[in-house]
Design a protein around this ligand. Structure first.
Ligand SMILES: C[S@@+](CC[C@H](N)C(=O)[O-])C[C@H]1O[C@@H](n2cnc3c(N)ncnc32)[C@H](O)[C@@H]1O
Length: 406
């Protein structure tokens, strides 16, 4: 038995004691006791709890691997996430105090990726236990939209119909305006009998869309999302912001940052989460690497009424960023890259002379690296909001406004 004091939380949410020793589900200042295996104390006994320790609100928290920070108060998690962003920026010499953090409420995640497998009695579906091959059933999950939690029997039915005894099915369930949008991978090859079973499950659970690998896609109703006032049918499984509340916070901040810009370029535009609402007031050029997402954005724009022009281009912005000459003439840029950030594209933005830039990021570390490029080129980081769409997890998202100093 070793007794340790937790000094801080690591990026994966584990407490870290001197050594370092990683101690799951602990908080800074806590005194813990247990056996050390390698660099971990997997089963700590909490000797002195932190005043930030709370009873996990979800009854599945102990077994489930979905959430890492259910044992911490909301205030602790908010301060910790703000601290992560400040720390990442300070590593590049940028001292920024976020204006606020907007945390999505429980039960609002619009998508969950479940695992499912057959059992002797039928099937089980849920999330993977942390670091293990075990599936934990989560019927009362507090993260996901209630329509998604209620869909677990549908996920089990898909596993019974479409997996072999040892295989595991991955089932992504997304809410849409027209019902659930379901994308399955890892299932058996579709033969006529399985096709009929899949169609019957889609019917029974009244799904909007069900796709099975690359093999079939049943479209019972258009699996629409709404961006501002525009209805869009994203490709199955395509990127969406994680919660409607988070999306609204990001969209509000992006709109504040671009102000009255008349011509906006939206880089890493997805299916138009920002581009389409921005087109209520500005002409927008949307650029994105996925051609199907661009098609969905364009189809949504064409069906809408009263929007300004929205042009689009499919382009790999890592290898082939829009250069400073192509960026000339825009009054504002929106950029929302994947976790790797957008070093090449931001280097071009830095040279572009575009007066304002709204930068959305799901990775404070790559954001800080890219922000430094803009600041070195004469941009000022005007404000930054932390947007927590992944409550109880270690994910951090943010949106920041940059303007060119005169
Ligand atoms: C964080 S998402 C943001 C999407 C959109 N702004 C939204 O809010 O829905 C990042 C987007 O970058 C796209 N992407 C990833 N790698 C890319 C690349 N190399 N070039 C262009 N787009 C890329 C993805 O397809 C995804 O749509």
């Amino acid at each position: 038995m070793t007794r340790l004091t937790i000094e801080r939380l690591g990026h994966h949410g584990d407490g870290i004691a001197p050594g370092p020793v990683f101690v799951p589900r602990t908080l800074p200042g806590e005194v813990v006791e247990g056996d050390i295996l390698g660099t971990a104390m997997p089963q700590p006994k909490i000797v002195t709890p932190s005043s930030d320790r709370v009873k996990p609100p979800c009854r599945h928290a102990g077994a489930c691997g979905g959430c890492q920070l259910q044992h911490a108060s909301d205030q602790f998690v908010a301060d910790w996430k703000i601290g992560m962003v400040r720390h990442a920026l300070s590593a590049h010499g940028l001292d920024v105090v976020p204006r606020r953090i907007v945390t999505s409420p429980p039960s609002t995640r619009r998508r969950a990726g479940f695992s499912a497998k057959r059992t002797k009695k039928g099937a089980m579906a849920g999330f993977h236990k942390r670091g293990a091959d075990v599936i934990v059933e989560v019927p009362d999950c507090l993260l996901v939209d209630p329509a998604i939690a209620a869909a677990l029997p549908m996920v089990e039915a898909l596993a019974i119909a479409g997996t072999s005894r040892k295989a595991e099915l991955s089932v992504m369930v997304t809410t849409s305006l027209m019902g659930l949008d379901v994308a399955v991978s890892g299932g058996k090859e579709v033969d006529p009998q399985l096709q009929m079973q899949i169609a019957a499950i889609a019917e029974k659970f009244d799904l909007a869309r069900l796709s099975w690998g690359d093999e079939i896609s049943l479209n019972r109703r258009p699996a629409e999302q709404i961006f501002g006032s525009v209805r869009v049918v994203p490709p199955s499984g395509a990127f969406l912001q994680a919660t409607p509340e988070g999306e609204a916070a990001l969209r509000g901040a992006v709109s504040e940052a671009v102000g009255n810009a008349a011509r906006i370029v939206d880089l890493f535009a997805g299916c138009g989460t920002f581009a389409l609402p921005l087109a209520e007031k500005a002409a927008v050029h949307a650029v994105e690497g996925d051609a199907e997402m661009m098609k969905a954005l364009d189809a949504g724009w064409r069906k809408s009424q009263g929007l300004r022009a929205v042009t689009h281009a499919t382009r790999d912005l890592f290898r082939n960023p829009l250069d400073a000459a192509e960026l000339k003439g825009f009054d504002a840029a929106v950029i929302d890259p994947p976790r790797a950030g957008a070093q090449a594209q931001v280097a071009e933005l830095a040279k572009s002379g575009i007066p304002v830039i709204a930068h959305v990021s799901c990775n404070p570390v790559t954001f800080a690296r890219d922000a430094k490029l803009l600041v070195d080129a004469g941009y000022q980081l005007d404000w930054l909001d932390v947007v927590d769409q992944f409550r109880w997890s270690t994910h951090v998202e943010l949106v920041a406004a940059f303007s060119l100093e005169n």
